[in-house]
Structures are given as C-alpha cells and as structure tokens.
Ligand binder design. Structure first.
Ligand code: NAD
Length: 338
C-alpha cells in the first residue's frame, strides 16, 4: 500500500526500510508533522502513518478522508491525539502498536528515578568542571521506600516488578486490577488518595483520557506526601504543569522527572538549540535543580523501534488484505476508560 509517513527522522527511516525488505509497501517519508498545513501532502495516499504529536482531530481527518485516505497507522501505543469517533464516521480505520517494548519505558523510568534521587545529572556536570564536592548530592536508599504506580498495564507492571527488586513496597491504582500486579510481593491496590499520600515516589503509567487529564493538579498535589518524587513517562497532559511549578517552589514536591510535557508538540524531537524557546512554563521547569526533563525518549531502544516498524507494516498489510487486524482501535476501546 502507498503510505505517507509523517514526522520521520533518520532512525525511523532506517528501521522502516529494514522491516519493509520485501518492499511490500510504498513508503514515502516526510519530515513534517501532520497538521492542517501539511495534510495536503497526503493526497493520493490510502494510508497515513503518524506518531505521538501528529494532529488527527476531526478537521484533519476530514481532509485526509476527502483526499482518499482510509487508514491511519499509528506507530505508537497511545491514541489520545486521534478523534476516533470522527474517524469512524469518515470510514477511516485506525490501527496502532499496542505493545512494542514495555521494558524500554519501564527501564527508562527507573533511570529517571535513580538519576534524580542520587543527583547523577548534577554530579556529571560537577566532575567535568573539577568540582568533587558532595554537598547537595545526598540521596536516599530505595530499599524500604513506598512507590505508587498509577496505571498497572504493560509498562506499569514491569516497572513495579523492577522496583520490587529494589526492595520497595508497591502501591497500585488502576480502573482494572491485574492479578500479575497483586502477585508481586509487597504490592497492593489502593485508592488514588491513599497512593498519593503514602508514596515516596509516584510514577504515572496510565493513558491520557478525559478522566486522567490533569490527574495531577493543585488538589491531588496537596494529597501527596511532602517531598515526594513524581515521575511522568506517560503523557504530558496528565499533569497540570503550572500547579506543579508552585509545588516545586514550595518544596511540597521533592523532585520531578518528566519524559513528556503537555505542550511538547511544539518542542520535542527537534533541535531548537539555536532558537529562543517561547514557552515560559517549560523554561521555568528547567531552572529547578531537582527536575529532569527529557524529550519523549523513554521508548527509544533498538528493540522498540524494530517492533514498532514491524507491527506497523503488518497492521497495514492486514487491513490491505481485508483481514481482521487485532491492533485496530475501536471507539469502544476509548470509551472503556472514560
Ligand atoms: P496499557 O494500556 O497496557 O496500560 C495502561 C493502564 O492504565 C491500564 O491498566 C488501564 O486500565 C490503566 N488506566 C486507564 N485509565 C486509568 C485511570 N483513569 N486511572 C488509572 N489507571 C487507568 O498501556 P502501557 O503500554 O502500559 O502504556 C501506558 C502509557 O505509557 C501509554 O498510554 C502511553 O501514553 C505511555 N507511553 C509513553 C512512552 C514514552 O516514550 N514516553 C512510550 C510508550 C507508551
């Protein structure tokens, strides 16, 4: 099938070329993000392949449908950027890659926790400048600490299993209880307020839905244990960033690790080092010594990119051959979390 692949970088092209070795699909790569100005580039493409920050609201889907697109292949797990109801009405099928390497994100989350706790980011800079002072680098043992996992799906489960290995007590919160989580020694499900008030470290692994939008807000932050560490490798809009900045200033939140940011679409995946960043909220975050922000890279491992390209192409083949695609997203799937 002829596929317009948006928001591509060199690494996407490499992995997609490798997975398309039989040249079963005609892949045309665009650097551009899909939005209202670039949708015209997909004229004549029955399939459009997109990533996390491409825009697929009703307006853009209508343009795509009018141009002949009938398949949207997401090369990611989250689908919060797609208006599924509009796609269904327009006869556009939407497929995704529900699991590519939950280990990649879970392991990265632990990297953020260890870095923040033991101040490795600060130590790295100090030593390069010949400063071997330990002042300000004091951390705590993870062993014996309580860790809250919001969303115990594929990534949250692996994260909980690894943290249990450190000797942490795990608290989980999810709409659906997983027996795998309950089988982890010292792990139990609690309601969200208890998770917030009891955890030394809170890690977000639930999808972005109307219910989880700004799940971490002024009120829920107040429920958190003073000095707790908050980690978000899921989706930026789970957090009200302005409320969080106030809590960092008052030191109610002890440290923060973000791999995602609500307004990341204008920033992430691009080299803006010669530009003046206009987002003052984002820039304020970067001024805190106890905050680490990375640019949506938790998924970025060889295993994940290989799996993403293989599954995306097989999803497209499936639809092309009129088979039932197990990775098709139905409107009901979205509703289940609303
Ligand atoms: P998953 O679907 O396996 O698990 C999500 C879990 O969240 C499910 O158990 C679900 O029941 C739960 N959930 C849904 N709504 C909830 C709510 N209101 N409150 C509490 N729990 C709720 O998904 P996953 O593969 O574990 O991925 C989790 C999220 O990680 C994705 O939605 C995506 O946004 C994000 N992600 C980020 C990266 C990255 O590179 N930073 C990569 C992949 C995925």
């Amino acid at each position: 099938m002829k596929v317009a692949v948006f928001s591509t970088k060199i690494y996407d092209r490499q992995f997609f070329h490798a997975a398309n070795y039989h040249e079963q699909h005609e892949l045309v790569f665009f650097d551009n993000q899909l939005n209202q100005n670039t949708a015209l580039m997909a004229v004549g493409f029955p399939a459009v392949c997109v990533f996390v920050n491409d825009q697929l609201d009703a307006k853009i889907l209508a343009i795509l449908a009018a141009q002949g697109t009938h398949l949207i292949a997401l090369r990611c797990a989250g689908f919060n950027n797609v208006d599924l109801e509009a796609a269904a009405e327009l006869g556009i099928t939407v497929v995704r890659v529900p699991a590519y390497s939950p280990n990649s994100v879970a392991e990265y989350t632990i990297g953020l926790i260890l870095t923040l706790n033991r101040k490795i980011h600060r130590a790295y800079n100090r030593v390069r400048e010949g400063n071997f002072s330990l002042d300000g680098l004091l951390g705590f043992d993870l062993h014996g600490r309580t860790v809250g996992v919001v969303g115990t799906g594929k990534i949250g489960l692996i994260f909980a299993q690894i943290m249990q290995g450190f000797g942490c007590q795990m608290l989980g919160y999810d709409l659906y209880k997983s027996p795998v989580f309950e089988a982890i020694p010292k792990a139990k499900y609690v309601e969200l307020p208890e998770l917030l008030s009891s955890s030394d470290i809170i890690s977000l692994h639930c999808p972005l839905t109307p219910k989880t939008y700004h799940l971490i807000n002024e009120e829920s932050i107040q429920q958190m244990k003073p000095g707790a560490m908050l980690i978000n490798t899921s989706r930026g809009a789970l957090i009200d960033t302005s409320a969080l900045i106030l809590a960092l200033k008052s030191q109610h939140v002890g440290s923060l690790g973000l791999d995602v940011y609500e307004e990341e679409a204008d920033l992430f995946f691009e080299d803006l080092s010669n530009k003046i960043i206009q987002d003052d909220v984002f820039e304020r975050l970067l001024t805190f010594p106890n905050v680490i922000v990375t640019g949506h890279q938790a998924f970025f491992t060889e295993e994940a990119l290989l799996q993403i390209s293989k599954t995306t192409l097989s999803n497209i083949s499936c639809i092309e051959q009129n088979y039932v695609c197990p990775n098709e997203i139905k409107v009901q799937e979205k509703m289940a979390f609303q």
